[in-house]
Design a protein around this ligand. Structure first.
Ligand SMILES: [Fe+2]
Length: 602
């Protein structure tokens, strides 16, 4: 395995002033272009994260060193019922005080016991997992190297950024959704980050405290049940409106039918608009023109077919049957009928895959068992008795009766990178990272986390499966979040770009893997530098022509940057110095300038 490129210490050298014809130049933070030198040095998995829990002042630009752009959107465009506390009646005020007192007593009791690492905010949002304030758009950022001419548009990445400091259990996945955006325009770059103004975020800001239950961090055991009851009691008293979704919209992003959608699997998507200046504005909760029910959900990894332009999606339910539904949208956004998928137990289905003709649905061993809460446990559990399997269903099926289930024992893929058909063998090939322990993201474990890039073959003729590690044991490396060339999704791909999950969940670089041969080249971000998902942006018909974009944070200097790497040579071509810190986060997307021009307003 080759270590193709590394970068470590950064020396920013003032080179020359650059001038833009943009009338907004006078508002930008800097017109100076910087060039940096790169020293070659290999990183050996530095896993130290600062243990300080950093929480920002809530005014924007707290961490900024220069002026904000004055054309920032207002903080909220929503008016939800119920009204803010100042408009509560006497009964509501008394009820709020009583429920607050109960919650305070509950929280005080919880603090007497140490929290598991998986829900301890001191662990989950320490260091560069800690939140940042919003950053209105800043233009003409310092650039080292040259931004490639073909990169025109906006790179967006989602992440969890809790607005309020947690008062009890908090998992990394529980934070309020924030989108971080770098917009490219003729070789210059701007940056902004904004909360996605979900219903829960707007209501909690109005009330001044966190009141919506945290899906993973708080819903454990008896206190989790109590938190749920308190939430519903507040709803009954009209103190909170829980009828319009409770999700955080922090995980995925997709640009579909002229809409940028921010998603988490516990709610409907949220429509967010990129403004002409490169800022972000939440339009609202998005039901695809009321084709999705307001009390329903959609997972954060819908699949956009690059050939047909259709969007394929799932929705799971942890309480009632059907536990899983599949549906699709035409390129114009018309939804199909729901197809119920027959699962025996409510199961976490974070991701799935498409091929030219099929959807491939994992039914793994991480399941929801709400009764575990009654006995003091987590509702997300690993079911040792269940046999992991994949379902293969015709994309255009009108019901789930034709689904073919193929067992793949002891397989848990949190994400699937691609899948395709091989008609000559009757197989569907699935590419994913098999994670052990399967529930390590949700439950504390002493076992070492492994994430093995794997090829899983599902034989639709025989009903049998096979699984192999793509990378040879001597070059073994943990690989998670990443992608293949999205223009080939559902078709056979040779390459994948995946984060080097050593350490994890912050990552030290990315690897370009030949899925046929296992040949792997790594790009390491630099000494004390870490990031998250690498985004591959193709620029020609050749599968691996293009660039890899990644937000990178330097834990020594406490500064963040966007690295742009040539995907053929794995050489760093440009680095954009960001005005404020970018926390490690989740999934991203890129919208071209042409696509931005046709954005929907609603
Ligand atoms: Fe994900």
């Amino acid at each position: 395995m080759a270590v193709a490129s590394t970068s470590s210490s950064t020396n920013w050298v003032n080179t020359r002033p650059t001038f833009s014809s943009s009338p907004r130049r006078r508002l930008g933070s800097s017109s100076i272009c910087y060039r940096k030198k790169h020293n070659s040095k290999t990183i050996h998995c530095a896993i130290d994260t600062q243990s300080i829990l950093r929480f920002p002042n809530r005014s924007p630009c707290k961490e900024s060193t220069s002026t904000c752009h004055p054309e920032s959107p207002s903080s909220s465009s929503f008016s939800y019922s119920p009204a803010a506390p100042r408009n509560w009646n006497l009964f509501q005020k008394a009820a709020a005080m009583a429920l607050d007192a109960i919650e305070n007593g509950l929280t005080t009791g919880e603090k007497k016991h140490p929290l598991p690492k998986t829900v301890d905010p001191g662990v989950q949002i320490a260091g560069n997992f800690s939140p940042v304030p919003e950053q209105p758009v800043r233009h003409f950022l310092p650039v080292a190297g040259k931004i490639p001419d073909d990169i025109q548009g906006v790179y967006l990445r989602n992440g969890a950024n809790p607005f309020f400091q947690p008062t009890s259990g908090h998992h990394l996945f529980d934070g309020d959704g924030m989108i971080y955006a770098v917009k490219f325009d003729q070789g210059s770059a701007s940056y902004a980050c904004r909360f996605t103004e979900t219903q829960r975020h707007v209501q909690e800001r109005a009330i001044g405290k966190p009141i919506f239950p945290k899906a993973i961090g708080e819903l454990h055991g008896h206190s989790g049940i109590a938190k749920l009851l308190l939430f519903y009691a507040r709803g009954l008293c009209g103190l909170v409106d829980c009828s319009q979704g409770i999700g955080v919209a922090n995980a995925g992003l997709v640009y579909f039918n002229n809409h940028l959608l921010a998603m988490s699997e516990d709610d409907l998507p949220y429509h967010v608009r990129v403004t002409p200046s490169g800022d972000l504005k939440t339009v609202g909760r998005y039901s695809f023109n009321e084709q999705l029910k307001l009390n329903s959900t959609m997972i954060a990894h819908p699949k956009l077919d690059p050939v047909s332009g259709e969007l394929f999606a799932l929705s799971y339910d942890v309480i009632k049957k059907p536990y899983l539904k599949y549906f699709r949208f035409s390129p114009e956004g018309k939804k199909s009928e729901d197809v119920a998928i027959d699962l025996k137990t409510p199961t976490m289905v974070h991701d799935f895959a498409i091929t030219e003709n099929f959807v491939v649905i994992p039914d793994h061993q991480v399941v929801f068992n709400m009764s575990e809460m009654i006995t003091g446990g987590s509702p997300v559990v690993y079911d040792n008795e269940k046999v992991s399997r994949f379902g293969v269903l015709d994309k255009y099926a009108s019901d789930g009766s034709g689904i073919k289930w193929v067992e793949v024992p002891d397989c848990f893929c949190f994400h699937l990178w691609n899948a395709w058909e091989e008609p000559e063998s009757g197989e569907v090939v699935v590419i994913g990272s098999c994670m052990t322990p399967a529930d390590s993201i949700f439950n504390e474990s002493d076992k070492e986390l492994k994430s093995v890039l794997s090829e899983i073959r599902l034989n639709l003729k025989t009903g049998e499966s096979s699984r192999r590690a793509i990378i040879s044991p001597e070059n073994d490396v943990n690989l998670e979040i990443g992608m293949v060339n999205k223009n080939l999704l559902g078709r056979k791909t040779t390459y994948a770009y995946l984060a080097v999950a050593e350490p994890w969940p912050k990552v030290s670089g990315f690897a370009k893997v030949n899925l046929s041969t296992g040949e792997t080249s790594k790009f390491i971000y630099g000494d004390s530098k870490y990031g998250g998902e690498p985004l591959f942006l193709p620029n020609s018909e050749n599968e691996d022509d293009g660039h890899v974009l990644a937000f990178v944070h330097d834990e020594k200097t406490w500064e963040s940057e966007l690295q742009i790497v040539n995907s053929k040579t794995l050489e760093l071509e440009a680095t954009v110095k960001l005005p404020t810190r970018v926390p490690y986060g989740f999934h991203g997307t890129f919208i071209s300038t042409d696509d931005l021009a046709t954005q929907a307003l609603s």
